[in-house]
Every structure is written in C-alpha cells, then in structure tokens.
Design a protein around this ligand. Structure first.
Ligand code: ATP
Length: 303
C-alpha cells in the first residue's frame, strides 16, 4: 500500500450466520479516484462499506482507510469520511435544516453553511419540512448532502442516486465529479452500469462476496456483448454483415431485419451498414447481468 492509496482491503471476510456475505474481498482505491463498486442485490456492497468504517466487524482480512486501521481508530476514520448509508435513520420530527445542523454538530460544525445551502438548492431539497414528510427521493438527498457538506477527504456512498429522478441523479454525479476536482476520493456502490460508466474512473464488480473484476468501465463495456437490431427498407443479403469481425447473426427475418450480437466496438459494423438501405437501427446495452454472464462463460472456457 502506498501513500497514494485511499482505501484498501485484503482478504476481507464477513459472514452473517450461515450467509457468507464477503468471501475474501480485495480492493485498492487510489487517492483522488472516483471508484464504482458494482454488483447485484445481495452481492456484498453494503457489507464492504460498513467494514470500511468499522460499523460492522469483519471476520477476517485487512482494511486500511486513508492510511488508518478502522478497527483501531474508527473515530479518526469516520472524521475524515463522508458516509451515505443505504438507509439513513433520522429523527422524523426534525426539519431538514435541523437534521443537517444536528449532523454537522456531531462532526464538530466543520461544514460551511453557504456550501450546505448551495447543495440543497442544487438538489432542490427544501429545508423547512420535517423529515417524516419527505418523499423517498428527498430523504435520499438529505443523505447525500450530509455526506458531502463537510468536504471530506473520502466519500463512501452506498447507492447515492437510489430513488432520485434522472435530473437529480445527474446532479449527484456532477457533485461527485466536483468533490473529486476538490481532491476527494469517491467510493460509491451501485447496481446501475450506466451511472458507474458516466462517472467512475475504475470499477470493481462484486458478485456473491467476491470481486470478480477491477477495470475501467470502458474496458468492461468493450468486452461485453451487445445486441444490434437492424431493419432494412427492402430485403437484403446480410452476408457481408455476418463477415464483420466480432459480429454473430442471432436471427433474421425474410431479409428485412436482422438481430446481431456484437463483440467489442460497433465501428466496423456501422461502416459496413452504411452500404445497406437501413430504416432503423437499435442497440441494446449489455445489462450488468449479461456482463457477469460473459465473465462466467470466460471462466468456463478457461476451465
Ligand atoms: P443491495 O444491493 O441489495 O443493497 P449489497 O450488495 O449491498 O446488496 P449486502 O447488503 O452487503 O449486499 O448483503 C450481502 C449478503 O449478506 C446478502 O445475502 C444479505 O442478505 C446478507 N446480509 C446483509 N446484512 C445482513 C444481516 N444483518 N443479517 C443477515 N444477513 C445479512
């Protein structure tokens, strides 16, 4: 681990009774990085984040956060970290402003209130209503604001865009980029490939308590299979399409439409299609599940 490492886990293990939530998670995130932690429901994302803050004790493995051992000094780690839990529990009778001031006081009043106002305005979060009257989305925004408001060195965010509408999702991703520009390290979990791709420089994929891949999002997408559905104005001979490297014909109609599977870049296919009378062209992004499946197919081939 170097000085540049913001967080690191080695062989992190955690079971809940018989459920082996983490089976030896290895992660290394550099300072100043935006790092996405991607995985389906139940993969172990929340458990990992909780272990990073010593909110739960792992059964084995090593954890270092900003050079510190969270088990030895959880308070110091938490003081330098902005944390968005999966579910933030707040006094339902407090107003939004009251809750934010309370959370700020717990952190030694480090937040600059002008910055808090900027955050709430950008996220369109009213300060007056009591927490109990907030929609899910607005509660989530309170969580995001409290994590960011004291401009921490490290942000640990469990599904930061959960329950937000697309406009607000974009705003939160913009806030993460700005935090990075200010020098922060951002580690966030998600199960939405597109948002991770939009903001993360690297991503780790966790499945069943094991990190199965660490890569740049573009590399993952490139490696994954995509589907392209092409319709033609009149029947055509699709022979030249089947010859494009990386392209497999999955099905075809009477020459007026074809479903293709494309491995890697679309560039070659699009160049070849330029010579065809195309009336419609749709591509399907691979889902996270399909990307996982692609990994497992690779595993099986290797075996
Ligand atoms: P999600 O995307 O659904 O939030 P996750 O990737 O964050 O999922 P975890 O919440 O870390 O996954 O859960 C990992 C596994 O541990 C799951 O099988 C879950 O059911 C189990 N688990 C989590 N917390 C507990 C708990 N307190 N008691 C028992 N099992 C738990």
């Amino acid at each position: 681990m170097s000085e540049e490492t913001a967080l690191m886990t080695q062989g992190l293990k955690k079971s809940y009774g018989k459920v082996r939530a983490l089976r030896g998670v290895d992660l290394e995130v550099q300072r100043g990085e935006i790092f996405g932690y991607l995985g389906p429901n139940g993969a172990g994302k929340t458990t990992t984040i909780r272990c990073l803050l010593d909110l739960i004790r792992p059964d084995g493995g090593t954890v270092r956060v900003l050079g510190m051992d969270p088990q030895a000094d959880p308070v110091a780690v938490q003081a330098h970290t902005g944390y968005l839990p999966g579910e933030l529990h707040l006094d339902p009778n407090m107003t939004v402003e009251g809750a934010l001031r309370y959370l700020n006081a717990l952190r030694g009043n480090k937040a600059d209130w002008d910055f808090v106002r900027q955050l709430t305005e950008r996220l369109d979060l009213p300060l007056e209503p009591p927490i109990k009257n907030l929609s899910h989305g607005n509660k989530q925004k309170v969580g995001v604001v409290q994590a960011l408001m004291h401009r921490p060195e490290l942000l640990l965010l469990d599904e930061p865009t959960l329950g937000l509408d697309p406009l607000m999702q974009r705003e939160v991703l913009a806030l993460l980029r700005e935090a990075k520009a200010d020098g922060a390290t951002v580690f966030f979990s998600s199960h939405i490939m597109s948002e991770v791709e939009a903001v993360a420089e690297r991503v780790a994929i966790i499945r069943k308590g094991v990190v199965v891949e660490v890569a740049e999002p573009a590399t993952l997408i490139k490696r994954a299979l995509r589907r392209a559905n092409v319709r033609f104005k009149q029947p055509v001979d699709i022979g030249p399409l089947a010859n494009v490297p990386g392209v497999t014909v999955l099905s075809q109609d009477d020459g007026t439409s074809v479903l293709l599977q494309v491995e890697g870049e679309m560039d070659e296919l699009i160049k070849v299609l330029a010579a065809f009378p195309v009336s419609d062209f749709e591509t399907e992004r691979p889902s996270l599940e399909e990307i996982f499946l692609a990994y497992y197919e690779d595993d099986q081939k290797e075996e």
